[in-house]
Design a protein around this ligand. Structure first.
Ligand code: SF4
Length: 328
């Protein structure tokens, strides 16, 4: 049997996932399972670099795992686990930090952004973050990492560390991962301006009830130039229309577009149609989520089983890393 390429992706535990997470990443995770060997990690150690209230970590991890499973991550086929359950991540991070110039880390735009955002908490983890991320990826001899355009520099950094390690040890132990670009464009939030994100409070959570979805969609900002019901609108600048393209049939999208431009359809009607289609599109996912949520112990068992399988792979890589360095 041909060996399938290995995919690794990690995401910080941010609790209940929203449409931006789903359309931009999770849906792709699910699709990749068809022809890749997938390793999906909830990176709780990374979350510690910025999370103020550490008590939220466990609940956020559980909620995120629920959404991943509900979306269709299949634990029998893919490895799904929590980063801190596999100690080799921290171990390889320490080793790779000796192969990474400090100046390179402090020069990274990501580090500078974080310093600007949390000047009261410039912890070591913020500096070492790209090294830990490199360890996450290479521990599993990853071939492909799904990335958006804004993450390409992270993978380039990882590849550089791998090259340095392999060159200095003279052993090709670590694999340089390739980027697998995800095609879904940035998902905007309910404000229609900024990327959908919990921190912007503009999210539409996957786990909302049908009625909550209607309320949130009704609150969405539309074409600001359409003031009166009789004003023609421009669907191309409206995030409600953008989401119709995901959740409505091509015929319905066409109808909404034409109706908006000619003022034949009002924004309230347009939003209600979107909410209805969103609710049907997410119905199965929500049913699966409710079923998993009713068995929280099973979800932790899935994560523990994933960690066990991940540790087996990670231990093998670490044996090779130690031998390459010549650690006694
Ligand atoms: Fe947006 Fe729909 Fe209103 Fe047009 S009719 S501005 S697409 S909400």
């Amino acid at each position: 049997m041909t060996k399938r390429p290995r995919v690794f992706s990690g995401a910080r535990p941010t609790g209940r996932q929203h449409l931006g997470n789903y359309l931009g990443a999770i849906k792709n995770y699910v699709a990749l399972q068809a022809d890749h060997d997938c390793v999906y990690c909830i990176v709780d150690l990374h979350a510690m670099t910025t999370l103020e209230d550490l008590h939220l970590l466990r609940a956020h991890t559980a909620e995120m795992a629920l959404d991943w499973l509900a979306a269709g991550i299949r634990p029998a086929d893919s490895i799904m686990f929590v980063q801190s359950h596999v100690p080799q991540h921290a171990e390889l991070h320490t080793i790779l930090s000796m192969f990474t110039p400090l100046g390179k880390l402090t020069d990274l735009p990501h580090f500078k952004d974080k310093v600007r955002l949390q000047p009261h908490n410039v912890n070591y983890g913020l500096v070492g973050y790209p090294v830990l991320m490199t360890a996450d990826i290479v521990l599993y001899k990853t071939n492909l990492v799904p990335v958006g355009i804004d993450q390409e520099s992270h993978i380039e950094f990882c590849r550089e560390v791998v090259r340095t390690f392999n060159h200095r040890t003279g052993a090709s132990v670590l694999v340089e991962p390739q980027m697998k670009n995800t095609e879904y464009p940035k998902v905007l939030g309910t404000d229609g301006q900024r990327k959908m994100s919990k921190s912007e409070n503009n999210q539409i959570e996957l786990a909302l009830t049908a009625a909550e979805t209607v309320n949130v969609v009704r609150s969405m900002v539309t074409d600001p130039a359409r003031v009166r019901r009789t004003d023609p609108g421009n669907p191309d600048v409206c995030n409600v229309f953008a989401l119709h393209k995901t959740f409505s049939t091509p015929a319905a999208v066409q109808e909404v577009g034409t109706g908006c431009r000619s003022a034949a359809i009002g924004c309230v009607e347009c939003k209600l149609k979107l909410a209805e289609n969103m609710n049907s599109g997410l119905a199965e996912l929500r049913e699966r989520r409710a079923a998993f949520a009713a068995r929280p112990d099973d979800v932790w068992d899935i994560l523990r089983d994933g960690a066990q399988r991940a540790r087996a792979l990670a231990a093998k890589t670490m044996d090779e890393v130690r031998a390459a360095i010549g650690l006694p």
